[in-house]
Design a protein around this ligand. Structure first.
Ligand SMILES: [Zn+2]
Length: 451
């Protein structure tokens, strides 16, 4: 059956225009001024409201099992908060544990997500074994849509660390499959040198270990590697403007890109002095106010290609047990509900961006990089009807960071962005800011998870 959205200010690829959108089953079937409507079809009146393509969060951690602690946001609670805030696709992570084959890792995470997720989803893959046998396994999964890989220059204890030489070798072997590589950049050697000197009772020491220098050094090494291999590399969650500057320069010579997250734009390290400091513990860590300010400037100049949440939530009880030693405390902050409202307020309202420019960072670029464009990431004929109807000047509300938490790390931020309706593949799943049906978890996997 056909449905129409009329009278809305619709965010197309390069401009906002008052047009009608026709939806036929799951996809957008027509866009135009006063398009002819089939009699008896359902009409959604978006008068006075804005219509954008569903947001694609490029970096979401849900329900990952760590060696010591499990993340508290499930596919269900995380995707619920996502869809309530206009995110219609998430890119989560599958990490191969030491005792698993890649197939086992994929099957077990796919089972967590299946029939349990309110928005569509796909994954970045982190294989941790690289023998010839494992490489043939990796190539099989690439054919099933797992074309984005995340690697780490740190985290030895979590079995994630890879040396620069190893990363170089792996990317060269993967290159023929045209993958998108994502790298967490912090230099292990620099951090180890700092590690020995510090008192582990004081959380603010953490920012000295995970320093801007450690991040920048790793990024510079990865840039060199990107220049020599010429395969697309994306630097995850960049936290300092110097790093963004280096990446920007390198773009002349190689296909390097980066993302940043709300943490480094809206928060600074002063949070690590307060009573609830453990809630603001992440890697790379929050930086000085000066650094935050430069990050806001560089972001408002449009440098990072992607704005994403890097959502990661742990139970408050975990943090309470770390008052005397923070070394094995899990890092990360819940932030799915923050992504769209706060970046809209900052970049469109404060820095006067036009809306297509923001949606490029939140929908188009992440869809492109995840290799799901034009199915996702745009309002165009033939694309999935993932649509968000919102009022930029709605009722003020506090942003919500997680639905599985006992705390809200973003409780001092408010927004007027009011989500009125969200459509996922043509079906209305959110109406007036609420789920239409709590039991209907219609999210689908965008990778083939069958062995
Ligand atoms: Zn992350």
């Amino acid at each position: 059956m056909k449905r129409y959205i009329i009278n809305g200010n619709v965010c197309l690829q390069s401009k906002v225009k008052k047009v009608d959108i026709e939806i036929n089953n799951n996809v957008i079937s027509n866009i135009g001024v006063n398009i002819e409507k089939v009699e008896g079809a359902e009409i959604i009146d978006a008068k006075g409201l804005t219509v954008i393509p569903g947001i694609i969060d490029f970096h979401t951690h849900l329900e990952e099992k760590g060696q010591l602690f499990n993340q508290i946001d499930t596919y269900s609670s995380g995707s619920k908060l996502a869809i309530l805030n206009g995110i219609t696709t998430i890119n989560a992570f599958i990490v191969q544990n030491f005792n698993q084959s890649l197939a086992q890792a994929i099957t077990s995470v796919a089972a967590q997500a299946e029939n349990n997720t309110y928005c569509d989803y796909r994954w970045h893959l982190t294989p941790t074994r690289f023998s010839d046998i494992n490489f043939s396994d990796i190539s099989r999964w690439i054919d099933k849509g797992f074309k984005t890989f995340k690697f780490y220059t740190t985290y030895k204890t979590a079995n994630l660390y890879l040396s620069y030489d190893r990363i170089n070798e792996i990317i060269r072997r993967l290159k023929k499959y045209e993958p998108q590589i994502i790298i967490h950049c912090e230099d292990e050697t620099i951090m180890n040198q700092m590690y020995i000197k510090h008192d582990f009772h004081d959380l603010s020491n953490y920012t000295k270990i995970h320093s801007e220098e450690a991040e920048l050094t790793a990024i510079e090494k990865i840039i060199q590697l990107c220049k020599s291999i010429q395969t697309p590399i994306h630097i995850a969650h960049v936290s300092s403007s110097d790093a963004i500057g280096q990446i920007e320069l390198a773009k002349r010579d190689c296909p390097i890109t980066c993302e940043t997250t709300p943490h480094y734009i809206f928060l600074n390290e002063n949070r690590l002095q307060k009573d609830n400091k453990a809630h603001y513990f992440l890697t790379p860590p929050l930086r000085s106010e000066e650094c935050r300010n430069y990050m806001e400037i560089k972001t408002s100049m449009g440098y990072p290609e992607i704005l994403c949440s890097n959502h990661k939530a742990y139970s408050d009880d975990i943090y309470k047990s770390f008052v005397n030693d923070y070394r094995s405390m899990p890092s990360g902050m819940p932030s799915l509900g923050v992504l769209f409202p706060l970046f809209y307020d900052l970049l469109v309202k404060k820095h006067e961006w036009d809306l297509p420019k923001l949606m490029k960072k939140l929908s188009f670029n992440p869809a492109n990089m995840a290799q799901i464009y034009p199915k996702k990431g745009t309002i165009a004929v033939g694309s999935d009807a993932d649509l968000v109807i919102f009022d930029p000047n709605g009722k003020p509300r506090t942003v919500t960071s997680s639905l599985a938490k006992q705390y809200n790390a973003w409780s001092d931020f408010t927004t007027n962005v009011e989500i009125k309706e969200v459509l996922l593949r043509g079906t209305t799943v959110v109406k007036n800011g609420k789920l239409v049906n709590e039991d209907k978890r219609i999210g689908q996997a965008l990778c083939d998870t069958n062995i």
